[in-house]
Design a protein around this ligand. Structure first.
Ligand code: NAP
Length: 273
């Protein structure tokens, strides 16, 4: 029988996950279906329950339900608990397992696909929302020399520093604290670019040979990457690889088979111009 999976969010029509998982299933010969389900804003748990009763084996979860996904799990992973959010669920009998693969997807994209090792590097995350929460542990596990988080609301960055104290020594602050600092990898995990807004980045922020990575994808050259390019950075990447790599981790978790990602990333990529 064909195994059923889905991505649940609101809205959901924009989601590329059905396309990505269909490509993975075809390439690996796995017999599964993967659909997109829009849950009512006040009906996430009921939607998950109904999907399980219909035989659903697992689901991806996207905005605005990632926190609720972690809460309803009976067995959340350490990564999901630390992030306070999950983007993948697996159903086994009465058990609901939850994982957060956004961070490992980001790390795999940066290191494997883009060829920028994080070990020993000075790494900066811009933003202190859910995406940064999900990314911190997997990045810290690579052994960067410095892992810094700055946020428009500096207190939220400081709170992250406290929450992750047992796992990583974070440098935290606001954009003013970036004056005089230089980083090898700068990751934009804010949603500023979605509103077309640039970030208050000081001159000299990017080290020679730095990578500028924007988690936003499919928007051409977003404002942050434009800023990096103007500062002389040539290694620019948007978040399409992160999206496909987190999907590959979920596929492996559900099916026990790791799909190849490069071709799918290439197919979904929009030129950075
Ligand atoms: P979130 O929890 O809503 O956090 C948004 C963050 O952006 C906050 O730190 C917020 O700062 C900051 N921000 C918003 N507008 C800003 C502005 N004008 N100037 C400076 N900072 C601003 O969102 P999220 O879930 O972390 O997602 C962040 C981004 O990552 C989104 O664009 C999302 O699409 C993307 N993302 C991509 C992937 C992928 O697979 N590629 C996965 C997850 C997320 P304050 O705290 O001060 O409000």
């Amino acid at each position: 029988m064909t195994d059923r999976y889905a991505v649940i969010g609101h809205p959901i029509s924009h989601s590329k996950s059905p396309q990505i998982h269909a490509a993975f299933a075809q390439a690996t010969g796995q017999d599964l279906s993967y659909t997109a389900i829009e849950a009512p804003l006040d009906g996430f748990a009921a939607t998950v329950q109904a999907f399980r009763h219909e035989g659903g084996r697992g689901a991806n979860v996207t905005l605005p339900f990632k926190m609720q996904a972690c809460e309803l799990a009976t067995h959340p992973s350490e990564a999901a608990r630390l992030a306070g959010a999950a983007n993948a669920l697996k159903f086994e009998g009465e058990r609901v397992y939850a994982e957060n693969f956004d961070g490992i997807g980001l790390v795999n994209d940066i290191q494997r696909n883009l060829g920028h090792a994080l070990q020993g590097k000075r790494v900066l995350l811009l933003g202190a929302g859910g995406a940064t929460r999900g990314a911190l542990l997997p990045i810290a596990q690579q052994g960067p020399a410095v892992l810094a988080v700055v946020n428009r609301t500096a207190d939220k960055a400081h709170a992250l520093g406290r929450d992750f104290a047992a796992h990583a020594m974070l440098q935290t602050g606001g954009y003013d604290d970036l004056e005089g600092e230089t980083f090898d990898v700068v990751i934009n995990a804010t949603s500023a670019g979605l509103a077309g807004e640039a970030l208050p980045l000081p001159a000299g922020l990017f080290a020679s040979g730095a990578l500028a990575y924007d988690m936003v994808y499919g928007k051409g050259l977003p404002p942050f990457l434009r800023q990096a390019q103007a500062a002389g950075v040539t290694a620019l990447a948007d978040g399409v690889g992160m999206l496909v790599e987190q999907a590959a981790e979920a596929f492996l978790w559900w099916r026990g088979v790791r799909p190849a990602t490069r071709e799918v990333i290439a197919r979904l990529s929009v030129p950075l111009v």
